[in-house]
Ligand binder design. Sequence first.
Ligand SMILES: NC(=O)C1=CN([C@@H]2O[C@H](COP(=O)(O)OP(=O)(O)OC[C@H]3O[C@@H](n4cnc5c(N)ncnc54)[C@H](O)[C@@H]3O)[C@@H](O)[C@H]2O)C=CC1
Ligand SMILES: O=C(O)C(=O)COP(=O)(O)O
Length: 603
Amino acid sequence: MAAASASSTFLSSPTLNNSSSPSSLSWKKLPLSSSFSVTVSLPRRRRRCSPVFVVVSMDSKPTILVTEKLGEAGLNLLKDVANVDCSYNLSPEELCTKISLCDALIVRSATKVNRDVFEASAGRLKVVGRAGVGIDNVDLAAATEHGCLVVNAPTANTVAAAEHGIALLTAMARKIAHADASVKAGKWQRNKYVGVSLVGKTLAVMGFGKVGSEVARRAKGLGMHVIAHDPYAPADRARAIGVELVSFDEALATADFISLHMPLTSATSKILNDETFAKMKKGVRIVNVARGGVIDEEALVKALNAGIVAQAALDVFTVEPPSNDNKLVLHEQVTVTPHLGASTMEAQEGVAIEIAEAVVGALNGELAATAVNAPMVPAEVLNEMKPFVVLAEKLGRLAVQLVAGGSGVKSVKVTYASARAPDDLDTRLLRAMITKGLIEPISSVFINLVNADFTAKQRGLRIAEERIMLDGSLESPLVFVQVQIANVESKFASAISESGEIKVEGCVKDGIPHLTKVGSFEVDVSLEGSIILCSQVDQPGMIGMVGSILGEENVNVSFMSVGRIAPRKQAVMAIGVDEQPCKEALKRIGEVPAIEEFVFLKL
Ligand SMILES: NC(=O)C1=CN([C@@H]2O[C@H](COP(=O)(O)OP(=O)(O)OC[C@H]3O[C@@H](n4cnc5c(N)ncnc54)[C@H](O)[C@@H]3O)[C@@H](O)[C@H]2O)C=CC1
Ligand SMILES: O=C(O)C(=O)COP(=O)(O)O
């Protein structure tokens, strides 16, 4: 901040007529150009903190809809904090009807959470929990647009899926399912069910992520030569378990067995098709425990019939459940299971707990570590940033309320001042909260970290960010945050800075956000409750006069501060109030002859 250059002047002692007496009275000269401030702090009544995902009011229990079977331990966690509605096998219409009464939805792979669901929720649905890995059944774009956080449970079923992959691999190679059915049908066909050996064969793992690498590890234990294709996997991780990463074409051309473990995305959809089957070794065997959609099922039928693919083992299908006449299900060389990869007792308990904790955390306003459509902010960063998150939202709220009706807010500049290196500051959280503060008071849109950037862009709101480095303590992530709105008029002219923008600035003191600047005036008022800003010619008795009016109207004052250009010149008085003053009180303040303009700002 700029260095002080003003002479020492103290304001006259304020006379207050208020229901609470001051707990501390501090006279302060602020080191800013030619501006002074006096601060009267009153006892803090309450601390309000705005979580990143404000979901449900504390007075009511949230309602969580669970549409597919979830492990008991997870359900119990949910029941501790919410009304839990377990409704399985809902039709799409039934889901849309129910969802408008729900704050969170927990699904597995069978429930299609499409745009209709988010639209039907009319903004109430705040979290979708996917009790598993694949989120291809959730419309992430629609979720983001509706400010709905999507979380998944990415780790608890990894081993189950890998074990199922190995089970299918071995069962397919030794024709276990068919042989079993044959014996049960009273036959004893030992020559018909001769299998193939795995040892020494090449297995191509397509998608070397959590499941793929566990499959690779196990296949090596079976004596297989394992290669993998994954454009994004680090080679050293593969090397560490003795797996060579190869190109897609090389994997196809050299594999005796191919096991699929990539997510279903637009890039992987039908990645095995006529063209790619043609590149495979004749007699290749395919396992799919990933998603049905990564295989062109028609093409696989053709490849099986042509003998390019000798056998396939499929846990997943493009449409689930597959139709009764699905050619793959009925094919003699195909072994099938009904999407059982994650279905072990252990995995389901683990997944249920993982997703319940993520959903409950998100409902409590915490950022989830398994957020799929929001940046993940490490817990320690979040902890440190919490008061600044509140500050950011409140500065946004204040700034937008200072804009005169009719001026469209399009251009906002945010300045973050910190003693730390600019790279140390991840501003996504703060930017989202400033956006929330700027947009929520003037619209019915609910904004959080998920949809902040999307909503700002949609409304043509441009937020430019600047980081400035100051000398100071490295202990706090920020010294101050400043929000400026350009090209608008203000309903409180004193909020316009010398350069013509509405300007508000704040910092955090003892964990509490404070407003420290309005336009060119230095003030100091804690951002709790609401604020009245008055502009007047500096003179004795002003604080007392306004304080008296508020006291008479039973409005509790929490903070008062005056910033002025110079003694007896233009001044801005900021008054923190716990209650909203009635119209009469505001009218009386406006009638104080020395007050030139005033504005009531709701935080
Ligand atoms: N059948 C079942 O019940 C289960 C199925 N799954 C499915 O298994 C798949 C893998 O799950 P995880 O290993 O947990 O996920 P992951 O995210 O840990 O691994 C996926 C890997 O695929 C890679 N990948 C992405 N695009 C690729 C491409 N074009 N070619 C090759 N690799 C590509 C990624 O780089 C990543 O390493 C997912 O589709 C998931 O939905 C997972 C659990 C149970
Ligand atoms: O986790 C995954 O991706 C799965 O496919 C598991 O699906 P499920 O939860 O068993 O319907």
